[in-house]
Design a protein around this ligand. Structure first.
Ligand code: PLP
Length: 372
């Protein structure tokens, strides 16, 4: 079955009684049980542990990523925290130097406090990454493509090594979405998404998710953490994420088409110093991206000569909105350095675009007038 078809039907909870075709929202925080806490066949006890809308989303995410188990969270950060919390043996954790800055801060503050050796490195450099995966490595965290410089890691090559060394390989696949990259098929143990982004798709819901290649003890600990720390997403948010997932394939196709055109335009503009987009043949990991992705995504970064030039562009755009986040229908622009709190910061001339679903001609015209 094609992924498009699968996403329309995955996680549908058919109610034989009402016959409803659309998914409904179930808000109950508690569930009737027997006098000695015997659960009803639905299996629920308390919303913080599990609920129907969450399970429907998780079933659909498993189908989308080809995983054995999925756990949904209140945000992408909550999902990342659960992976870090599930590590139960001391040792090394590797994260990319170019990575979402919340991930970096959490790794630095949370993992080092728990005694892990944190290695921050260029995970797009495959040889260096393989060499860094030693016998005491517990987790390699990849983000591919990475935020904000769109670096690409060779997931399959790194997965071979983590498997040999008994380490977990987790991939933050938020920028790719399940439509463009399947980390589990490439050998990853865990796929992470901020469902706030492309999966939600409309800049109106926070959520996060993990999808596991195997339903094992590690996944069990990540779920235990969600229950204990109250990190489950609310039923309405689960419903919105699942609603977004159903149209993901059509939206992502247009994001990719628009971003490809915007990147090609920027690459030929005399005032633009550098464009970061894995779909450009000039991108240093273009060949890896072409091999492991079925499209190059809707995110584009580019560099102006300096901070002032970048801020001039950001203040002149009319269709692109100055805002953080990504993956919604509307195009966003962000001067990353201005939002970052921990080094290494992005180059001062770097602007990140979340290319939305407007007509590409209008987006290019807007950038053309802003670039002068
Ligand atoms: N991963 C990436 C690549 C992100 O861009 C973000 C947020 O911007 C996150 C994780 C964190 O997700 P959330 O904001 O849903 O907690």
């Amino acid at each position: 079955m094609h992924p498009d078809t699968r996403l329309i039907h995955a996680g549908v909870r058919f109610d034989a009684h009402s016959g409803e075709v659309a998914d409904s929202i179930r808000l109950s925080t508690t569930y009737r049980h027997g006098p000695a806490a015997e659960r009803l066949p639905g299996g629920f006890e308390y919303q913080r542990e599990a609920h129907a809308n969450g399970q429907d989303l998780e079933a659909a995410l498993c189908a989308a990523e080809g995983g054995a188990r999925s756990i949904a969270y209140a945000s992408g950060m909550a999902a990342i925290a659960a992976v870090f919390a599930a590590l139960d043996q001391p040792g090394r954790v590797i994260i990319p130097r170019d990575v979402y800055n919340g991930t970096r801060i959490m790794a630095r503050e949370y993992l080092t406090a728990r005694g892990f050796e944190l290695v921050e490195m260029d995970c797009f450099d495959t040889a260096a990454t393989l060499a860094a995966i030693t016998e005491n490595t517990r987790l390699v965290w990849l983000e591919s493509p990475s935020n904000p410089r769109l670096m690409v890691s060779d997931i399959e090559a790194i997965a071979d090594r983590t498997r040999q060394m008994g380490a977990q390989l987790a991939v933050d696949s938020t920028f790719a979405s399940p439509m463009l990259q399947q980390p589990i098929a490439l050998g990853a143990d865990i796929v992470m998404h901020s469902t706030t982004k492309y999966i939600g798709g409309h800049s109106d819901v926070m959520g996060g998710a993990l999808v596991f290649a195997r339903d094992d003890a590690f996944a069990g600990r990540a779920e235990h953490h969600r229950h204990l720390f109250g990190a489950h997403l609310a039923p309405f948010n689960a419903w919105l994420c699942l609603r977004g997932l159903r149209t993901l394939h059509v939206r992502v196709a247009r994001h990719v088409e628009n971003a490809g055109r915007v990147a090609a335009f920027l690459a030929t503009h005399p005032n633009v110093a550098r464009v970061h987009y894995p779909g450009l043949p000039s991108h240093p990991q273009h060949a890896v991206a072409a091999r492991q992705m079925s499209g190059f995504g809707g995110m584009v970064s580019f560099e102006m000569a300096d901070r002032d030039a970048a801020l001039r562009v950001a203040s002149r755009v009319r269709l692109f909105t100055n805002a953080t986040s990504l993956g919604g229908v509307e195009s966003l622009i962000e001067h990353r350095e201005s939002t970052e709190v921990s080094p290494p910061k992005s180059p001062p001339g770097l602007l990140r675009l979340s290319v939305g679903l407007e007509h590409a001609d209008d987006l290019i015209a807007d950038l053309a007038q802003a670039l002068g």
